[in-house]
Design a binder for this molecule. Structure first.
Ligand code: TRP
Length: 383
């Protein structure tokens, strides 16, 4: 197979949505050490997920007002790190981004996933069982269906699907999550979840996973470090002090990390998110816990966000050099000239595995958010 990187005639122009994001993906693949054949398969898959909007010139507005990223690029990258290994590259996609309306958006997403399931020979049964809950005829926002691919060596990604608990109405979101967990056999799981403002996403692992997870993402508005430390409901999860430390590093509350003088100890702009994952049905207990801090709303610019990511990786004994290379693979701009390239920082704890640090990297295909001035006072509108 000719490497797509060397055969740019096979790519849409660089100033189109697909051309731009596929080139970012190809450069990222190189950064994490994926071979040309794998990179080609993954870039083609990204283009396929975009469908006809892959060829859409970037000087037109984004295809829809997707909530996937701040500038409405329907693609977001992330790198996931454990000590002594190359980071894993992932990409989050909205296959329905080119369709009008959320109902069609969801249908298109489902069709894309089913095509991937046929190609890579995995089952969508777990998703099919939940279709009526998350893909009703007249869905509510803010999303219908997203899909994430973990880009492993070998050209067969691991697949995750993200659904909207509020699809059948925001007031039904908690019931929708409870019912979905129940149908998957996690009958006691809902009661285990911490109190939260609202459920934001329901996710499923599809395909070739050792232990496929069902995951519930909750938004926690105005959270403090101490409260964050108490969110985890897994058996033998991280000590509260560990989570508090992560929160403080990511929020810039540790000295030297760009703390906003007088920064409220609570994160009042965009909510922190927790995620509990469920793999086994016997105990009802979650087996994994992840905390996500939207670093972009608590930093002046990406130089500051990178310093926090670096401090966090350091704390886990992980080299930050691949992250710096990844940022250069995505953008040529100076980190100080904008904020939001690094969207979130997270630490994931799954029993029996070392903690994983993840850094979410925006495409910025449409727009770079200008650096913020301090104090960061304005609450950002949240969907
Ligand atoms: N853009 C949305 C948000 O900021 C959704 C999202 C994209 C997200 N990537 C994420 C949420 C990573 C949590 C973690 O909330």
């Amino acid at each position: 197979m000719t490497a797509l990187r060397d055969d740019v005639t096979a790519l849409p122009d660089a100033d189109t949505l697909g051309g731009h994001t596929a080139r970012q993906l190809l450069r990222l693949c190189e950064t994490v050490g994926l071979g040309d054949d794998d990179a080609t398969v993954y870039a083609r898959t990204l283009l396929e997920s975009l469908g006809t909007v892959a060829a859409r010139p970037l000087d037109l507005p984004p295809p829809n007002r997707t909530f996937l990223s701040d500038d409405h690029t329907p693609v977001e990258f992330s790198l996931s790190f454990v000590p002594n290994a190359a980071p894993t590259l992932r990409v989050l996609l909205e296959p329905g981004c080119g369709t009008a309306g959320l109902a069609r958006n969801g249908r298109t997403g489902l069709r894309f996933l089913r095509a991937m399931a046929r190609r890579w020979d995995f089952s969508t049964d777990r998703l099919d069982e939940l279709e009526d809950l998350f893909l009703p005829v007249a869905p509510h926002g803010p999303l219908a269906l997203w899909c994430a691919l973990e880009l492993r060596p070998g050209g067969v990604p691991q697949v995750k699907v993200y659904l909207n608990p509020a699809a059948s109405g925001p007031d039904r979101a908690a019931d929708t999550v409870r019912e979905a967990l129940h149908r998957l056999g996690h009958r006691k799981a809902f009661a285990d979840l911490p109190d939260a403002h609202r459920p934001l996403f329901f996710a499923l692992d599809l395909g070739d996973w050792d232990e496929p997870r069902a995951k519930v993402y909750l938004a926690h508005h105005d959270l403090s470090a101490a409260e964050a430390g108490r969110l985890c409901r897994t058996d033998g999860g991280p000590p509260a002090a560990r989570t508090e430390e992560f929160f403080r590093i990511a929020a810039g509350l540790e000295p030297g990390l760009g703390a906003d003088e007088g920064q409220d100890e609570r994160l009042t702009r965009r909510p922190v998110q927790s995620c509990h994952s469920f793999t086994e049905t016997a105990s009802g207990l979650p087996s994994g816990f992840t905390l996500y801090v939207p670093v972009r709303d608590y930093a002046r610019h990406d130089g500051e966000a990178l310093a926090r990511a670096t401090a966090l990786l350091d704390r886990h004994g992980i080299d930050a050099a691949p992250l710096r290379q990844a940022l250069s693979a995505v953008t040529a701009r100076r980190l100080e000239d904008g904020v939001g390239l690094i969207a979130y920082l997270s630490v994931a704890h799954q029993g029996g595995h070392p903690p994983r640090v993840s850094v979410y990297v925006s495409s910025e295909a449409y727009r770079v958010r200008p650096p913020a001035r301090l104090p960061l006072a304005e609450p950002v509108p949240v969907h």
